[in-house]
Design a protein around this ligand. Structure first.
Ligand code: CAA
Length: 440
């Protein structure tokens, strides 16, 4: 069967940067290492005055279409995933299509447009929808454009403030893709939760510590569910494991959980037993609490082993490079984790066509999804075309006072005007409601 998957990726970062260990930590009176080492973050991306989820998504899409030589007629579906939507009726994809129509001098009348919502996992859900649409044969030889775009802003003073970010990832989903083929098998862990929500409000209400536990529980369930359809996952099966990355410190916890899971009842567990003992089995304990405590102790010991550290350095660490510089992009987060890994592989001139990635997405509220992806022959050329390093380098570095100003600009409850810190160049810029014009 012909592969269906990701044919091209483009990334668009907000044009502003807030340095976390220096600028943010010093005003908050906190140790820079809380950000560098604890959360694993160097900086956040922010949208300038003229940027929003539409302009960032449209800019990423425009670049993708131009690079692939696509016209609107080549695209039969535009889905946007976001948890920062400003319109409760019209999907953000219609705004993005409107921007693109200005440039491509043709329309997307024929294209089915929609908006997906389930917190950060909805970017992957939109990719799934496109995959299913193509597999069902409803695409009439057209590809799908999936855009994950968010301004992940928290209320000032909220613990989540340190994990803000803004940016968009555009992905072309097609048959016979150049970059990655998606697996038919998927695993889910899903449960009604209230750890992070936005009921008719711009900024999230978050129970941060609980959200970390919910993420880990749903991920474990999704991994077990994935194995129930795809078979056991072993250490050697995957070149990289991109996970949803609200901040890299979260992925350190998820990576440890995944490694314990994939090494249980294997030779690796046997080898590690000499150093740290065997993994606790629930039947060996009088109560669930005792078992949980034993697991915690095992995980602490596992974290310190050379075997785990080496796996983490090879399989997880390369997924975190963009995230550590941009913060949380919500729906785009797992997709920049995947891109980070592939960019590392390209830098290392790695030849890994046919190898696999284990991709784990998560959305608060809460749902985790896990599937595999197989590297296709054109991956390197596509990945080398992404210029995110240059974009991050070019961001305007905000002082704390400027950060407060730009946060106020994007706070819908505040009516403030601030001059832009950068000038849009050859990109879509927000110039007022109903007028999303391109500027040269
Ligand atoms: N040196 C080294 N490490 C330090 C340190 C220092 N000086 N100071 C603190 N740290 C470490 C802490 O030990 C902690 O690490 P561990 O979790 O491994 O113990 C880490 O830095 C963070 O410190 P705190 O727990 O004290 O940080 P906090 O309470 O200020 O906030 C948070 C952490 C609750 C996650 C907060 O950032 C938050 O609310 N974030 C938003 C919610 C979120 O991202 N949740 C993730 C799961 S939900 C999800 O993924 C969906 C989504 O996108 C939101």
């Amino acid at each position: 069967m012909t592969a269906v998957g990701i044919d091209a990726i483009e990334i668009w970062s907000g044009n502003l940067k807030l340095d976390l260990p220096e600028t943010f930590a010093s005003v908050k009176g906190e140790d820079p290492d809380k950000y560098r080492k604890g959360l694993g973050l160097e900086a956040s991306s922010f949208p300038d005055v003229y940027e929003d989820i539409v302009t960032m998504g449209a800019n990423a899409s425009k670049r993708l279409m131009e690079r692939k030589g696509l016209e609107p007629d080549d695209i039969g579906r535009i889905d946007v995933a976001t948890e920062s939507a400003f319109d409760h009726s019209k999907p953000v994809s219609t705004y993005i299509a409107g921007c693109l129509e200005q440039v491509f001098e043709d329309d997307f009348r024929h294209a089915n447009k929609g908006e997906r919502k389930f917190a950060c996992v909805s970017g992957t859900q939109a990719v799934d929808d496109a995959y299913n649409w193509i597999r069902a044969g409803r695409n009439r030889d057209r590809a799908a454009l999936v855009v994950a775009t968010d301004t992940a802003l928290y209320e000032r003073g909220d613990p989540g403030e340190a994990t803000q970010g803004a940016g968009a990832v555009a992905m072309l989903i097609d048959e016979d893709p150049d970059v990655l083929g998606l697996s038919d098998e998927q695993g889910f862990g899903s449960m009604d939760e209230t750890d992070f929500l936005k009921p008719n409000q711009q900024f999230p209400s978050v129970d941060g510590k609980r959200s970390v536990q919910v993420y880990l529980s749903r991920m474990r369930e999704a991994l077990e569910d994935y194995e129930s359809v795809a078979g056991r996952v072993y250490e050697e099966d995957f070149a990289y494991a991109p996970f949803h990355t609200p901040f890299p410190g979260m992925v350190r916890k998820a990576g440890l959980l995944a490694y314990r899971h994939i090494t249980r009842n294997t030779d690796i567990e046997d080898q590690l037993a000499e150093e740290i003992g065997r993994q606790p089995r629930e039947e060996e304990y009088d109560s669930h609490d005792e078992y949980e405590e034993a697991i915690r102790e095992y995980m602490d010991a596992l974290k310190g082993t050379e075997r785990y550290r080496s796996w983490y350095a090879d399989v997880i660490e390369p997924t975190l490079t963009i995230s550590s510089q941009v913060g949380n992009w919500y729906t785009g987060s797992v997709h920049i984790a995947r891109a980070s890994a592939l960019m590392t592989a390209a830098d290392e001139d790695r030849n890994f066509e046919g190898e696999s990635l284990l991709v784990a997405s998560y959305g608060s509220g809460a749902q985790a999804e896990i599937h595999a992806e197989t590297i296709q022959s054109g991956w390197k050329e596509e990945i080398e075309a992404i210029d995110i390093d240059q974009q991050l380098e070019n961001r305007y570095d905000l002082t704390f006072e400027e950060y407060e100003q730009i946060h106020n600009v994007h706070d819908l409850d505040k009516d403030v005007e601030v001059d832009a810190f950068t000038q849009p160049e050859g990109e879509f810029a927000f110039t007022g409601w109903g007028r999303m014009n391109e500027r040269k």
